[in-house]
Write a protein that binds this ligand. Structure first.
Ligand SMILES: NC(=O)c1ccc[n+]([C@@H]2O[C@H](COP(=O)([O-])OP(=O)(O)OC[C@H]3O[C@@H](n4cnc5c(N)ncnc54)[C@H](OP(=O)(O)O)[C@@H]3O)[C@@H](O)[C@H]2O)c1
Length: 339
């Protein structure tokens, strides 16, 4: 907090908070740790949350490199958990002092951040702030992908790429609980061990010279799978299409290896009347009711033993290092920033 004088006999209290500010689109060096004015919940429906744990997600990297547009300079980040310290006009559903979490914050890489009141959920006593922050974005994503984008049924054999990642470990665990047989792809032995621990029945170590689709055919007696969950994108897209059975669905939910090039829909016809969808979380938590239903399920899964694997906690000031680690495939599960 600082108090700059404005004139004789006058002073203004300027509240500041630690934050990570994106200065320019590009590499992690553009993420700068500095003081910013404390956000004020001045607009209808806003709440101010003091964060004790902040989630790092691949989408934060897309924002950093400018794949998703946004103003500069700005505080990035969408996910966190903590305590409500102020509410704006018209807020009824949340009170000062409530413990909440959200995957839809405005500038979550900070000690204090704003969120729309209808995009926060209460955190049960049994769940820590760290687990809540770690589970929100990737857990809600795993939930909508498995229950709504393609509703997985007991006995389905499904393909999950990058199964030791943040979304991947949760997808694998929940799909296994739903009675599916998961074929996982991962890049290393350590990641294979984690994917198997999450319930994967089969693991393909993809990479140079590995024909993933041929492996999937072998593991499904030539049939292929009804659904592929692909958050890797450019590097896996062709193998994903070639792994599907007729009328199967390619759920392309991310682009960790880069975006998929333009695509001729006629290929879906010739490859077996396939479906291709490119879903995003915002459209599956569009109403407070839908968000609450998914979050309640998620917290129930956690109470029942869903493992939210936290790979590493970084001080907020080291957000750039966290993002470098995530994009260079060195991590598994969740990365948190601690303010
Ligand atoms: N659409 C949505 O609603 C939504 C919501 C959340 C996340 N996502 C997407 O889900 C995906 C996973 O996100 P996450 O935060 O959980 O990350 P993550 O899976 O923990 O990390 C990405 C993983 O992708 C794999 N990968 C393969 N090729 C890569 C490359 N060239 N560069 C980097 N990684 C590569 C790596 O696993 P291996 O080393 O095993 O290959 C890496 O660990 C991302 O694409 C993200 O955008 C989408």
């Amino acid at each position: 907090m600082s108090t700059p004088p404005r004139g004789p006999g006058e002073c203004a209290i300027l509240l500041v908070v630690d934050a990570i500010v994106l200065k320019a689109f590009g590499g992690p060096e553009n993420l700068v740790f500095e003081d910013v004015p404390e956000p004020v919940p001045g607009e209808e429906g806003q709440v101010l949350v003091e964060l004790s744990a902040i989630g790092v997600n691949f989408i934060d990297i897309y924002h950093r490199i400018g794949r998703y547009p946004g103003p500069l300079p700005r505080v990035i980040g969408a996910e966190g958990a903590g305590r409500v310290v102020a509410v704006g006009p018209g807020v009824q559903s949340v009170r000062v002092g409530d413990r909440v979490a959200s995957a839809s914050m405005e500038g979550a890489y900070a000690k204090r951040a704003l969120a729309p009141a209808d995009k926060v959920v209460p955190v049960p006593e049994s769940v820590s702030d760290e687990i809540a922050a770690a589970a929100m974005l990737q857990g809600l994503t795993a939930h909508y992908l498995l229950f709504d984008t393609y509703p997985v049924r007991p006995g389905d054999t499904i393909l999950v790429h990058a199964a030791a990642g943040g979304v991947g470990l949760l997808l694998t665990q929940i799909a296994t609980r739903l009675g599916a047989r998961v074929i996982a792809t991962v890049s290393t032995e350590e990641k294979e061990r984690l994917a198997r621990g999450a319930g994967a029945a089969e693991v393909i170590r993809y990479g140079e010279g590995v024909d993933v689709a041929a492996e999937v055919r072998r593991l499904t007696d030539g049939a292929g799978v009804p659904v592929v969950y692909d958050g890797v994108g450019a590097a896996t897209f062709e193998a994903s299409l070639a792994s599907l059975r007729p009328r199967g669905m390619l759920v392309l939910f991310g682009a960790a290896s880069g975006p998929v090039p333009p695509f001729d829909p006629q290929r879906l016809n010739t490859a077996g009347s396939l479906y291709l969808t490119r879903p995003t979380l915002a459209h599956y938590i569009a109403t407070p009711e839908e968000l609450r239903r998914r979050a309640d399920d998620l917290f129930r899964f956690i109470a029942d033993g869903l493992d939210v694997h936290i790979h590493h906690r970084y001080p907020l000031a080291e957000a750039a290092r966290a993002q470098s680690d995530l994009e260079s495939r060195r991590t598994t599960g969740k990365l948190l920033l601690i303010p």
